[in-house]
Design a protein. Structure first.
Length: 486
């Protein structure tokens, strides 16, 4: 008879694809889920934990994070992975590229990527992986190298070529550290798609071809540049409403249309449309899905855009922007209709001293991005259940779907043989979000004052408790998730 390291009893297990949470016992051995059944003999386990009727969710696979933009990469890994643990995020996939911010250097990924891995090694409390952006033309030739290093997911920032990260641009070539004669534009995006598709068709990668994908940040630089000028000259709008107007929703819709046609032209089938923020954006995405039914689109929304709107303080500045309440409601309608594939945090810690310019209330001087991994699961439960979104569907949106798409093997669900990554959630609470309660280094949050009705009380990574009683436990034990299938 089997013997187990740990047995969780008196728990409602939330599994993707099931009709409802189930009253089950969960046994763990060797860091894996070993048995899931209505009643497991307590005598078979070294340790038994009575969960007190809480819900057991699969560990969140947050498919969109940013470590190392505003803070050193290793520092962000150690501190912001604490916020992961606090929010039940057991695997965070963070973006990486050459150029300004991040490692603040350019060059070959064969030189660059080992430095990235070295900076994060033994620093993270959660498991982690990376999406990589081919910025230079030479990077396209390095796509097979990156796949071999465990990176099957790539990214294009559609506005970077001629519009700045935080607003207006001066010299984007310098920002991206482009060599003389290179540009970061639609032609480059096309060639990136062709390079990724070439790798997908290589028999060497046949077993992971379905997980080799390209993610697109869809905004149109020309539209944003013109509207920024209009908004600033008019002066009647302020704060996040002004920023939203300067990067209008139809900028997203136009970029989505261009991205979709490029995918059609290059026969690149696996396209992820990131952080869609508006009614126009998701409608454009659905139109493109109908237009090109053979393209395997995935559509992403962030918890920030589902909870907050442009009435938030300017600490909520992010790209694409927080939108109107009408847009928030439209996003929720599409979540409930099944048109979004996953929900992410887009966590990017930008500390108070880095975030705001002078004057502090000028939204165009503020930096873009904010944290939120610690609110991803609690926020989705709190807001989702009010709208009739089932817990099992939430588990799909925050765990199984991103794990499947991005090739995160043996994670994202509560299944025998999978890594025992999970969160215990108390959904019989009520509290108000306060920035000082977060384990992130960020001193503010656009969720300040929001009432939540669910809290992660315990987080386990491969069967080991990494968060309990409001504190992380032990030393960083997060591991790099190599998604090459090798």
């Amino acid at each position: 008879m089997s013997h187990y390291d740990l047995l969780i009893t008196n728990v409602k297990v939330v599994r993707a694809g099931k009709a409802a949470p189930e009253q089950l016992d969960v046994a763990i051995s060797g860091g894996k889920f070993a048995e899931i059944a209505p009643s497991i003999d307590r005598g078979l386990a070294d340790k038994v934990i009575d969960a007190g009727g809480k819900h057991l969710f699969p560990g969140v696979v947050d498919g969109h994070q940013h470590w190392g933009i505003y803070n050193p990469l290793g520092e962000d890994a150690e501190i912001e992975s604490r916020a992961n643990a606090q929010g039940g995020v057991t695997t965070g996939i963070t973006y990486m590229r050459t150029g300004a911010y991040y490692m603040n250097k350019s060059g070959s990924y064969e030189d660059f990527y080992p430095e990235v891995l070295s900076a994060v090694e033994n620093r993270s409390y959660s498991d982690y992986a990376f999406h990589v952006a081919p910025i230079l033309s030479d990077h396209i030739d390095e796509i097979p190298y990156l796949i071999e290093q465990g990176v099957p997911s790539f990214k294009v920032f559609m506005f970077y070529g001629s519009h700045g990260l935080h607003g207006g641009a001066t010299d984007q070539g310098k920002f991206l550290m482009l060599p003389e004669g290179e540009s970061y534009d639609y032609a480059h995006f096309e060639f990136v798609m062709r390079g990724i598709q070439k790798a997908r068709l290589d028999p060497k990668y046949a077993d992971i071809a379905d997980q080799i994908s390209l993610s697109m940040h869809c905004e149109t630089a020309e539209i944003m540049r013109a509207y920024t000028k209009l908004v600033q000259e008019d002066g009647s709008l302020t704060g996040l409403e002004a920023y939203s107007a300067s990067r209008p929703p139809h900028s997203e819709g136009l970029a989505i249309t261009i991205a979709a046609y490029l995918a059609y032209e290059t026969e690149m089938p696996n396209i992820n449309l990131l952080h869609l923020t508006s009614k126009k954006a998701i409608e454009a995405a659905m139109l493109m899905q109908k237009t090109f039914p053979h393209i395997n689109f995935r559509r992403e929304v962030t918890v920030g855009h589902l909870l907050a709107d442009f009435t938030s303080p300017i600490g909520g500045k992010v790209n694409p922007p927080l939108r109107s309440r009408d847009d928030v409601e439209a996003l929720w309608e599409h979540v409930l209709d099944g048109n979004f594939d996953w929900v992410v945090s887009d966590h990017a810690c930008c500390k108070e001293e880095a975030k705001f310019g002078d004057p502090k209330d000028d939204v165009f001087l503020a930096k873009s991005g904010f944290g939120g991994a610690e609110y991803l699961l609690p926020g989705m439960i709190s807001e989702g259940r009010k709208r009739g979104l089932s817990y099992n569907r939430i588990a799909e949106l925050v765990a199984r779907n991103p794990a499947d798409r991005y090739g995160v093997a043996a994670k994202g669900d509560v299944v025998v043989g999978y890594d025992a990554d999970f969160a215990l959630v108390d959904d019989d609470v009520s509290y108000v979000v306060r920035a000082e309660d977060s384990m992130s280094a960020q001193e503010y949050t656009p969720f300040e004052g929001h009432e939540l009705t669910a809290r992660v009380t315990n987080t386990y990574l491969r069967g080991q408790e990494i968060f309990a009683d409001g504190e992380v436990i032990g030393s960083p034990a997060g591991q790099y998730v190599n998604r090459s299938g090798r």
